[in-house]
Design a protein around this ligand. Sequence first.
Ligand code: SAH
Length: 393
Amino acid sequence: MYPRVILGRGRERRQHQGHPWVYDGEIASMTGQPSDGAVVDCYSHDGAFLGRGYFNSRSKIRVRILTRQVDEDVDEALLRRRLAWALERRQRLYPTATSLRLVHAEGDGLPGLTVDRYEDTLVLQCAALGMDLRRDVLAGLLRELTGLEQIYLRNDVSVRRNDGLELSHGFLDTPFPTVVPMQEHGLTFEVDLAGGHKTGFYLDQMDNHLALHTLVPTGGTVLDTFCYTGAFSVHAATAGAGAVVGMDSSTAVLEVAQQNAARNGVGERCRFEAGNVFDRLRQLQGSGQQFDLIILDPPSFTHSRDALAKALSGYKEINLRAFKLLRPGGVLVTFTCSYYVERTRFESIVQEAASDARRQLTVRQRLSQALHHSEVMAIPETAYLKGLTVEVW
Ligand code: SAH
């Protein structure tokens, strides 16, 4: 018998929809005194079993549900089944990939746990206390199920604070090199597992890096804005682009980008320049230069609903400027990774920018985060990466 968390009257609706979180404000009463990280049962006010999961009194997310089956224990065996299924699903989706997301938290029924694989190394991130406390068990299971030994902990995501956890990163136990090569669709990229963005690479763009190969005109000119370590640039050049310009505000990532281009035999066709994309797009417009393909992959312009209007004007501005730099028949690949910018909203901003630039758009493809970053239907924010490929006339 686990301690019980009983929801207020009528507060079970989101649970019925499949949302895996119970917020503090939804709870009417409790039986027992679960310690933080312990397993609790959640019941509706009318006494219906809703789910079982990890409790945390220090978080607004009081319970993270791991199972809705009343007869399923939340124990090591459950973690093993969930991890095994996450790995099997990846094996079916990406049978040859050696660097990819293996566990996408709630999207794999393991709330708060992220595991990325970069060749022979696993990078673990625990965003929730329930997972953090079981870190060594999880690491042991992952080693057993993947056969990989090296584990790096990237517990430096700020959401950990919401769960009362500190931020840190480092080796789980035995050290190993943390700047390593990884493979993506047959190309090699260097990743910095300890200091790179996210866990080192934008794995969520993996499917879209590949999609670029169908869009690049042979010998064409490509502008890759917000290029980070050059993934889109290098894919564009190896797909046949004649000249690629990558842009980022961080000079450190651009050095890696240039090395990544050289490593894949396209160093001479890629040039990387430091600068603020907003300024550089304006300057390019003045220079009269034109491109066949432009990629806009900015960081999230807002982390709150309050700043949405400003973020939308930022998206509009870069899209507008990109339209002015594209040749007739050119292609724009444009993204937003803001949770708060819904797809329909994003597409209307892109269309508004096109009208202002007097350009006509034909939709070629709608893009999302890679399939290994599984969405949860009940949590709309988990569908955070929205992209659009348009032909521009
Ligand atoms: N397209 C990349 C990921 C881009 S992440 C990939 O597929 O790997 C966003 C990048 O934008 C980061 O590298 C960050 O340094 C850069 N950035 C953020 N604001 C910027 C700005 N105003 N101008 C230029 N680069 C910026």
